[in-house]
Design a binder for this molecule. Structure first.
Ligand SMILES: [Zn+2]
Length: 150
């Protein structure tokens, strides 16, 4: 019903329009005009505000997409590289390092997750994480001691 009234208003005065940004009525000077020519004493205020709104919306959408992508990759990276990362922190460019099992577990190390099992020179199983080897060497105070090397 209200829509009809608006349409009737339009047909009675083809130059009278409703601004797409602020909803005020204005008198159009040409057929392409969609916004108030002047608002708060500023020429093209509504048109520029609308443009900015669209740009901000596009930016917000873009940021959302980027965040989604980042989240996706971070999760993938965490799952894939957590053990390797922990070994890197423990190893710190030494030749080989002894580390307690509890320390690794406290750092979030997951012993169930290993990419490969290989054998050391004594024919015993060694876990392999990327370029790192994790070799169980002894048991001390109910804790297992591993040797980490590359
Ligand atoms: Zn306006």
């Amino acid at each position: 019903m209200e829509q009809q009234v608006l349409e009737n208003q339009y047909s009675s005065d083809p130059y009278k329009r409703i601004c797409l940004y602020c909803g005020d009525s204005f008198t159009a000077h040409h057929g392409l005009q969609r916004y108030c020519p002047n608002k708060y004493g500023i020429v093209n205020y509504c048109k520029n505000q609308q443009k900015q709104k669209v740009n901000e919306k596009n930016l917000a959408n873009l940021a959302k997409e980027v965040n989604k992508l980042l989240e996706h990759f971070q999760i993938e990276e965490k799952v894939e590289n957590n053990n390797h990362l922990i070994l890197e922190i423990v190893f710190q460019n030494t030749v080989s390092k002894r580390v307690k099992r509890t320390r690794l577990i406290n750092m979030g190390f997951d012993f169930k997750d290993y990419p490969a099992r290989v054998y050391n020179s004594q024919g015993l199983i060694v876990l392999k994480y990327g370029d790192f080897y994790l070799d169980w060497v002894e048991e001390v105070d109910n804790d297992l001691i591993f040797k980490v090397y590359k």
